[in-house]
Design a protein around this ligand. Structure first.
Ligand code: TMP
Length: 212
């Protein structure tokens, strides 16, 4: 089973990943816990190019191709082999992030992104996507608090430096995707505290995971 986590900056995905890992382990599932961009050795090099705040001149199409290159490497090297071995794959961000950030927010054609995904990734889609939803003011405030406190690196802030209206488009894009594919998406209110978010997330997993 392929599960992805999505949300704007500061939505708390990283904190939730830790809870989910313990939950899956306690239930004896074999798992691959991974992320995009940067799930592989080559991908982590692509990640530093993509998120470096000094790289403000990256063109939207370059950005799209770099995220896609990271994904091809990641799916080939890790995700497909794990799915074929029957593991639960939990991935922090995947193609919905590309549709929303490069499509809805940067303005690239959604059809082009879908075609690229079909051609390059054989249209591999998640079985379940948990969207952590909250307002961009709250998300960005949380993200910058963590960066300023040193809990997150300041070398990866290219997107945090984007305008509030960019992040509003990201949030609206995610909510629209969740309405277009309600069978795949589950939306969690991420404006609540970490315990409430954890409870909602684990309830979704308990309902959706295959039986052991
Ligand atoms: P994160 O690891 O903190 O989630 O940061 C990854 C950043 O990359 C985040 O700002 C969202 C962005 N992103 C895209 O713009 N497109 C993509 O396809 C992916 C996977 C991430």
């Amino acid at each position: 089973m392929f599960i992805t986590l999505e949300g704007i900056e500061g939505a708390g995905k990283t904190t939730q990943v830790e809870f989910i890992v313990s939950f899956l382990k306690a239930r004896g599932y074999e798992t691959l816990i991974t992320r995009e961009p940067g799930g592989t050795r080559v991908g982590s090099q692509i990640r530093s190019v993509l998120l470096n705040p000094e790289n403000s001149e990256i063109a939207p199409l370059t950005e799209l191709l770099l995220y896609t290159a990271d994904r091809v490497q990641h799916v080939t090297e890790l995700v497909r082999p794990a799915l074929e071995a029957g593991k639960i794959v939990l991935c922090d961000r995947y193609v919905d992030a590309t549709i929303v950030y490069q499509g809805y927010a940067r303005g690239l054609d959604i059809g082009l992104i879908a075609t690229l995904h079909q051609l390059m990734l054989d249209d591999l889609k998640p079985d379940l996507t948990i969207l952590f939803d909250l307002g961009p003011e709250q998300g960005l405030e949380r993200a910058w608090r963590q960066i300023n406190a040193g809990a997150r690196t300041g070398d990866e802030t290219r997107f945090e430096n984007e305008t509030l209206s960019f992040h509003e488009k990201v949030r609206a894009g995610y909510l629209e995707r969740s309405r277009l594919e309600p069978e795949r998406f589950r939306v969690v209110d991420a404006s609540k505290n970490a315990d409430a978010v954890r409870e909602a997330t684990l309830r979704i997993l308990a309902d959706e995971l295959p039986p052991r």
